[in-house]
Design a protein around this ligand. Structure first.
Ligand SMILES: [Fe+2]
Length: 388
């Protein structure tokens, strides 16, 4: 990586991270360590009905648990956050324990805001809106991908406007993250792959961000190495606890990286197609990432040299452009190896929608930090056509 004398940045990583097989059994002590005694569990309906994971956490919390809110759905909405906050308020909750994937953790962040501040989540959209910390939050991820357990961001859908709303605030970073590989063994192969590629996209995007810096770069590069090695293992054998654990760590590191360095065009496109066509966030990232790398490489090819090395490419003697092309190819190959589809057309996006999608992508806040400045919808249409 090259950094010049104008480099300046702030790096924040305030979450207490507890890793280990069985570490979720520490949840009661961790809630108490935050000075709390009345936790509400926030989890999704699938996890609550098809697995015993939320039940196990509830049992471990014992009388420190005052309720389980299990109405979170994928692409959780503002109305669900507001209902969850009302649920938590009724029970006099002083702490949120989220159990699940990105939707559950992001919903919990929203609930933590509304429980503290009142009103509706819509009142707090944007960046650094809050004046004080939200309600304490212990996050227990059951997927390895979003890194939401350490990030300052929540993405919540406005189902009426078909838009994904962004909430970015240091006051919503979870206080504690319990990374327990035992909780991720039940995740099916395709979801393991899609969420794992979400983590990969966080690492790659933090590096090609205009706000990249050495600490986030270091976290991202090691996350890339771990994902390259352990994602195929976790997909091939869901009970491989070593692979599951390393993927949780990679996801966490990539989350801490992008929470500081931001994401870019990959996420801007994924948010746009996700909101309109319901494509899984990690899958959408995985599909468009190689094409965004090629798009960015026209201006910032050197960015991808260390990424290529982290992906196992022998970079000595290769040009920056060749490294970038190999990054695009290796990312597509990793997605294919883990069984993920590679095109937007396979996910029900009609060709006739591409122009409108390109236009809409310009409005997504993630585009601001992309390594190559996007000048207009025509440029984006090329990326969309390539990913189609
Ligand atoms: Fe993401």
């Amino acid at each position: 990586m090259t950094y010049d004398s104008s480099l300046s940045f702030i790096f924040m990583n305030t979450t207490r991270v507890v890793f280990g097989s069985g570490s979720s059994k520490d949840v009661r002590e961790e809630v108490r360590a935050l000075g709390c005694a009345r936790a509400v569990i926030v989890t999704d309906s699938v996890l609550a009905t098809r697995t015993d994971v939320p039940g196990r956490i509830e049992k471990t919390l014992g009388d420190s648990c005052v309720g389980v809110f299990s109405d979170v759905v994928p692409d959780s909405g503002v109305h669900i956050v507001d209902a969850g906050a009302a649920f938590a308020r009724e029970r006099g909750a002083d702490c949120i324990v989220s159990v699940g994937g990105g939707s559950a953790i992001d919903t919990a962040k929203g609930i933590a805001i509304v429980l503290k501040e009142g009103g509706s989540l819509r009142d707090y959209e944007g960046f650094q809106v809050l004046k004080r910390p939200a309600t304490p939050h212990v996050a227990i991820p059951t997927t390895a991908g979003t890194g939401s357990e350490v990030t300052y961001v929540a993405v919540i859908k406005d189902h009426e406007a078909h838009q994904k709303l962004l909430f970015g605030d240091y006051n919503i970073i979870p206080n504690t993250a319990l990374l327990d590989p035992d909780l991720t063994v039940g995740l099916p192969p395709l979801l393991t792959a899609a969420t794992g590629m979400d983590a990969m996209s966080h690492a790659v995007e933090a590096i090609h961000s205009q706000q990249n810096e050495p600490i986030a770069d270091g976290l991202s590069l090691h996350a890339i190495r771990l994902i390259r090695e352990f994602l195929p293992r976790a997909v091939a054998d869901g009970k491989d606890l070593v692979a599951r654990g390393q993927m949780l760590i990679a996801s966490n590191m990539a989350g801490a990286a992008f929470s500081n360095a931001q994401v870019g065009l990959v996420h801007a496109i994924a948010h746009t197609v996700g909101a309109r066509y319901g494509i899984h966030h990690g899958l959408a990232n995985s599909i468009v990432m190689p094409h965004v790398v090629r798009f960015n490489a026209v201006e910032v090819a050197a960015t991808y040299r260390p990424v290529a090395a982290a992906l196992g490419v022998a970079v000595d003697g290769l040009s920056d452009e060749a490294c970038a092309e190999l990054v695009a190819e290796r990312l597509a190959a990793l997605a294919a190896k883990t069984g993920l589809p590679l095109t937007l057309s396979s996910q029900g996006v009609p060709e006739s929608a591409l122009e409108e999608l390109a236009e809409a992508t310009l409005a997504d806040a993630s585009i601001i930090y992309n390594g190559r400045t996007v000048l207009g919808a025509e440029e984006l249409l090329e990326v969309y056509r390539a990913a189609f």
